[in-house]
Design a protein around this ligand. Structure first.
Ligand code: APR
Length: 259
């Protein structure tokens, strides 16, 4: 990690009133949560992603899709937030306002203690019914095994239960992107962590922040589609880099008597 760049990033955070962290799959990497495609191994490798994550795929074979999400929920349940998630939660003690906007569906930012988390693509541990989007607020235990599983039924209408995540061809949850965009436009610093910048509209958020005059700081193990619009690129794993950033800010504050 480049010490000069890190120091510049700490300085930017030191002056910020509002920091937005925009996170993608790379954020969950060190927790051991594979990306959608990486998780498609074993018996799941033979399906195309739309068969596992689209309304059409669910209608055709609800047990296959529910089984796929049961398998992925198992991975999320066996893993946990890492030091990078915790660092973002700690940042709330050092900056007046922090918001996390994530493409991840694992819920780790909230679990680590971040209080404002906008989940653009939903949450794998929240459920709704397939036909009417009725929220299904019941405990749904993980099924054993990694194969197809018959989904439960909505207690209200009897249609199948599905995960409350955004599938191929679906709109983002109403209002969530608008809120994220407005935060992006008004933030002073945007931390763009572990995203390749290929998936829209999430990838538009750094551009909105740029227009709003924010300092853009990217944390990624390698350059991404977004690197060229960044002010500072911090190359390295999210856990190490975010921990170093927040520790640097805390040290700066205690050094200058602001802690
Ligand atoms: N720390 C930081 N960055 C990392 C790490 C790490 N430990 N490991 C990988 N990365 C970076 C990669 O270099 C890459 O740029 O994380 C990025 C992951 O890119 P994608 O897998 O394309 O993830 P993302 O941008 O979130 O887009 C995937 O598909 O399934 C959907 O909802 C999902 O919107 C998401 C999209």
């Amino acid at each position: 990690m480049d010490a000069t760049k890190l120091e510049r990033a700490v300085q930017a955070l030191d002056h910020a009133q509002l920091v937005v962290a925009a996170t993608g799959a790379g954020m969950s990497k060190e927790s051991g949560v594979p990306t959608f495609r990486e998780a498609q191994e074993g018996l799941w490798a033979r399906y195309n992603p739309e068969e596992l994550a689209s309304p059409h795929g669910f209608r055709r074979d609800p047990a296959r899709v529910w089984g796929w999400y049961n398998y992925r929920r198992g991975i999320v349940a066996r893993s946990s937030p890492h030091a990078g998630h915790e660092a973002l939660a700690k940042l709330e003690k050092l900056v007046p306002q922090v918001a996390v906007v994530t493409q991840n569906i694992d819920g780790y930012h909230r679990e680590a203690g971040s209080s404002t988390v906008l989940e653009l693509h939903g949450n794998i541990n929240r459920f709704k019914c397939f036909e009417h989007d009725h929220p299904v607020d019941i405990e749904i235990p993980l099924a054993t095994g990694d194969g197809p599983v018959e989904p439960p039924r909505c207690p209200r209408c009897g249609s199948h239960v599905r995960p409350d995540v955004v599938w191929f061809g679906e709109m983002l949850p109403p209002g969530v992107f608008e809120r994220a965009e407005s935060l992006a436009r008004s933030c002073d610093v945007m931390l763009v962590v572990g995203t390749s910048g290929f998936v829209y509209p999430a990838a538009a958020l750094p551009l909105a922040a740029r227009v709003g005059g924010a300092t853009l700081i990217e944390v990624n193990t390698q350059p991404s589609q977004l690197t060229e619009v960044m002010d500072i690129f911090l190359q390295g794993p999210a856990g190490d880099v975010l921990s170093a950033l927040v520790a640097g800010l805390a040290a700066r504050r205690s050094g200058s008597g602001h802690a």
